[in-house]
Structure formats: structure tokens, C-alpha cells
Design a protein around this ligand. Structure first.
Ligand code: GDP
Length: 174
């Protein structure tokens, strides 16, 4: 068992993805307004892990450094207890740097990070390949996996990745 922090701006598909992954609806949803420090969207559990969903601010009109500061606060609290981190982005949107999120978030030495390129169904395969290349080149994540949470494509790949990162996972105790 372990903790998976799921991070990303509102509407990128964190809830859809997590529901698909554990085969149930979000079990706990906070009623707190979005002014709470952690912006916890919900917690969802399977036998193997708990996924804690965090909204990072969605206001991209803000200056880049302001946005990153806010995101970093969220990530810092999210990553403290997490065994691994999923950063979910919308593949149909222009890619943006997430290096600072990772740097600030990785408090527990180096938390393994996976970039989930969601909503791949919205763009052409050639575009997916370009996005993937961009994120691999310009971010410091350990892996990038394109998925469609809505249509359930790529979910197993994420699960498999997570399971190798958990403390009791087979990859850690062969
Ligand atoms: P969250 O705010 O990050 O938790 O995002 P949600 O899971 O609530 O999803 C936001 C919207 O995006 C919803 O209308 C979903 O149906 C839609 N969505 C989520 N995943 C996908 C996907 O893979 N493809 C498409 N086309 N839409 C998606």
C-alpha cells in the first residue's frame, strides 16, 4: 500500500483518471472552498494504494512566476507523504514547463514523477508524439505516458508504473 499524489490544474481529468484507476467514484470530496491551502479535490482508494487528488491553480492568465509559486505550495504539501506523483496535463493544450513544481515538490529525497498526458483522444497521433517529445525534453519527469482517461486508454500503463514505485511493490522487494 502507498500514497499517490495526483496533481494538475482543474479540468485536466484528475477525477476521471482516478475513478478509472480504482474502479469507483471519488470516495471523499472536501466541501472546503478552493481557498484552502491544499486544494484537496478528494481521496480515492484501492487495495494497493490511495490516490490523493490536488487541484493546482487554473488561472494561466497570471504571470508565470506567480502561478509557479502557487503551484509549488500545493505540490510541496502533496508530495511530502507521497510515494510517487502523477502530474496530469491536458494534451490538447499547449505544453508548459513544470520543472519548478518537481523541484519544490520533491521533498522526500526524489519522489518518482510520472507525467500523464491526458485527453490524447482530442488530438492526432502525430501531435501526441510531439507533445510527448516536448515534455520529455523540457521537463524533468521520470516518464511520460499518453492516456485517455475518458475512454480508458493507457490506464494499465499508469497502474503498472505506480506499482513499481510503492514501498511494498514487487520492484522494490524482488
Ligand atoms: P479534474 O478537475 O482534473 O478532476 O477533471 P475532471 O476529471 O473533472 O475532467 C474534466 C472534464 O474533462 C470532464 O468533462 C471530463 O469528462 C473531461 N475529460 C477527462 N478526461 C478526458 C479524456 O481523456 N478525454 C476527453 N476528451 N475528455 C476528458
Amino acid at each position: 500500500s502507498g500514497y499517490v499524489a495526483v496533481l494538475g490544474k482543474p479540468n485536466v481529468g484528475k477525477s476521471t483518471l482516478s475513478n478509472q484507476m480504482v474502479g469507483q467514484k471519488l470516495s471523499i470530496v472536501t466541501d472546503k472552498p478552493q481557498t484552502t491551502r491544499h486544494r484537496i479535490l478528494g481521496i480515492i482508494s484501492s487495495e494497493e494504494y490511495q490516490m490523493i487528488l490536488y487541484d493546482t491553480p487554473g488561472v494561466i492568465e497570471k504571470k508565470m512566476h506567480q502561478l509557479d509559486t502557487m503551484m509549488m505550495k500545493n505540490v510541496r504539501s502533496a508530495a511530502v507523504n507521497a510515494d510517487c506523483v502523477l502530474i496530469v496535463v491536458d494534451a490538447s493544450k499547449m505544453p508548459r514547463k513544470i520543472d519548478e513544481i518537481l523541484e519544490e515538490g520533491n521533498l522526500k529525497d526524489k519522489v518518482p514523477t510520472l507525467l500523464v498526458l491526458n485527453k490524447k483522444d482530442l488530438i492526432k497521433p502525430g501531435e501526441i508524439a510531439k507533445r510527448l517529445e516536448w515534455y520529455e525534453k523540457f521537463t524533468d519527469v521520470d516518464e511520460v505516458i499518453p492516456v485517455s482517461a475518458k475512454f480508458g486508454h493507457g490506464i494499465e500503463d499508469i497502474k503498472n508504473w505506480i506499482l513499481t514505485k510503492l514501498p511494498t511493490g514487487p520492484a522494490y522487494y524482488p
